[in-house]
Write a protein that binds this ligand. Structure first.
Ligand code: ZN
Ligand code: ZN
Length: 291
């Protein structure tokens, strides 16, 4: 079984336990906690589908590849998050006016605690495994699970407090806090994806490397200008104009392009380069000067 599939099974078990805990207690805070689990499971499934789709090679229908599929999963996740937050806030507002605590609640808290222990163990395993295979995605998953463990822990402590003190109003307040936390993490996912859909430029450190590689490997050319970059998933696209002496043969200028493409591929992972060659009267004297 792959790690992704195992993660999904663990997520479903935890979700099931949290739903049982909510049914037993009728607690709005535990309802919000179960909602957060639903968001996690949906995220895991869409991310899995999107990542496998994004790895498909380019074909005639999508000649630039499938990399942007990953951004669509974020749109789905964003919608699920907003729906979950609205449902929780509705329950929390109702609960604020008529807070109540059910008698059979201690069992529910124990079940929810058990689910959290499972989550914590799995998060710990994911973190160690992710570091071993050097997967930032697995590490990020593990860290996200740890924040869930902490938020559920906070909810449980708050609910125990509510039972001890009899302050039933703590229940909807905790639910509201969980809703805010869900909205916050959803916003981060959406923000990152919108940049990709809008063809955001490559980060500055990478751009600096690209400029340096061009400047020091274009012997024979005069300058490079109009450099444009964009990011699609893990792919980096770069295109620019390369000014050469007008009398240079096509063959020689093409050699320069091939050399630049090879050096850029060495310096930046998953880069795709397009170069437009121009004669010297097109020089702008403001672009990268070849050294
Ligand atoms: Zn030009
Ligand atoms: Zn070529």
């Amino acid at each position: 079984m792959s790690i992704a599939a195992a993660s999904l099974v663990v997520g479903l078990v935890v979700l099931g336990l949290k739903l049982v805990a909510w049914r037993i207690t009728g607690s709005i805070a535990l309802y919000s906690d179960a909602m957060e689990s639903i968001v996690n499971v949906v995220t895991a499934i869409t991310a899995f589908v999107a990542v496998s789709l994004a790895q498909k090679p380019a074909d005639a229908a999508l000649p630039y590849g499938y990399h942007k599929a990953e951004y669509f999963s974020a749109v789905i996740v964003g919608v699920v998050i907003i729906v979950a937050a609205i449902l929780i806030i509705r329950e929390a507002v109702t609960g604020l006016f008529s807070p109540e605590l059910h008698a059979a609640s201690m069992n529910g808290l124990l079940i929810s605690g058990g689910a959290t222990v499972i989550n914590a163990i799995w998060a710990f395993f994911l973190l160690r495994f992710g570091r071993k295979v050097r997967s930032p995605a697995l590490e990020a998953d593990a860290k996200h699970l740890f924040t869930d463990v902490i938020s559920t822990g906070g909810v449980l402590v708050g609910l125990v407090l509510a039972f001890v003190t009899g302050w039933a109003v703590l229940d909807p307040i905790l639910a509201g806090l969980v809703a805010l936390n869900i909205l916050w993490s959803g916003w981060a996912v959406i923000r990152d994806s919108v940049g990709g859909l809008m063809d955001v430029a490559t980060p500055l450190p990478t751009l600096k490397i690209i400029r340096e590689v061009i400047a020091s490997n274009a012997d024979g050319a005069i300058e490079a200008h109009d450099i444009r970059t964009r990011q699609a998933g893990k792919l980096t696209f770069v295109e620019f104009h390369l000014v050469v002496p007008g009398i240079m043969t096509v063959e020689r200028s093409h050699d320069i392009c091939d050399r630049l493409e090879a050096k850029l591929r060495e310096a930046v992972e998953d880069i795709q380069v397009t170069i437009h060659v121009e004669p010297e009267e097109k020089a702008k004297h403001s672009g990268i000067v070849v050294v």
